[in-house]
Design a protein around this ligand. Structure first.
Ligand code: CTP
Ligand SMILES: C[C@](O)(CO)[C@H](O)COP(=O)(O)O
Length: 233
């Protein structure tokens, strides 16, 4: 297969959802009548600038095949190569597609657990970074005052919030540099792709996103996502 420059959405979907405390992984919980993952796939399926969607699931996943993915068959590839951490799942996915990917291809890593990604936000990321030499991420400026807790959960400091942003996904980088960034030790400090890119000495660009692009982490987030899906921007 020829190696061509593409824009690939890589969706890590191999987590166990422990903070959700549900019987099934949160990416398969029902949201507006469909599993969470279907909404996430759909956001990239309908965007004309995305060439392929690669979903990384756990080798032990027993839920994915329970659903109909025909709607996305023209773009969708599923890889059962999820790892012990999000970063490992992303690295494994990158390695699996490497033989058919130009180093210059854009990879947009997006949490399967973020099903409310708006087309306008995705378009803004793609347009802002189209010629960027490094890449970047969707993010939102911190709106609350930040406190650092001590061992007894008492305040030890108020963290100045000027210039503080909350990272979201997609996180968009070239396949070659992202693969290099994730080839190092994936310790607890690598909680997103940008942190690995920063370790190479690069400065990813922050692209303003929306609080609607929430990550479903805790049970209450599902109700918020239901409202967001029911009230398109
Ligand atoms: N080993 C892992 C861990 C997480 N993820 C994915 O990375 C995204 C963000 O991770 P997170 O919200 O932490 O999901 P979980 O790890 O499933 O949640 P928890 O930390 O509560 O267990 C999710 O789409 C999740 O499926 C993954 O692909 N592989
Ligand atoms: C990648 C991410 O969504 C950016 O905020 C976040 O770091 C994922 O954290 P998680 O604990 O793996 O959900």
């Amino acid at each position: 297969m020829p190696v061509v420059e593409q824009r690939i959405a890589l969706l890590p979907a191999a987590g166990s959802g422990s903070r959700m405390a549900s019987a099934i992984p949160k990416q398969y919980l029902p949201l507006a009548g469909q599993p969470v993952l279907r909404h996430t796939v759909q956001a990239f399926m309908i965007h004309p600038a995305i060439d392929r969607i690669v979903v990384v699931i756990s080798p032990e996943d027993e839920w994915f095949d329970e659903y109909d993915w025909q709607f996305a068959q023209s773009k969708l590839t599923v890889l059962r190569c999820g790892g012990a951490s999000r970063a490992e799942s992303v690295r494994n996915g990158l390695q699996a597609i490497a033989p058919v990917m130009a180093d210059s291809s854009w990879v947009l890593v997006h949490d399967a657990a973020r099903p409310c990604l708006a087309q306008a936000d995705l378009s803004r990321l793609l347009q802002t970074l189209a010629d960027d030499p490094v890449g970047g991420i969707l993010a939102v400026p911190v709106a609350d005052t930040l406190k650092r807790a001590g061992e007894g959960q008492q305040v030890v400091e108020t963290v100045p919030r000027d210039g503080m942003w909350q990272a979201q996904t997609p996180q968009m980088f070239r396949h070659g540099v992202l693969s290099k960034a994730l080839s190092g030790e994936l310790d607890a400090g690598v909680t997103d792709e940008a942190s690995a890119i920063e370790r190479l000495g690069y400065a990813p660009r922050l692209v303003a996103g929306s609080a609607r692009n929430l990550k479903i982490t805790f049970p209450a987030d599902l109700a918020l996502a239901e409202w967001i899906i029911a009230h398109p921007a």
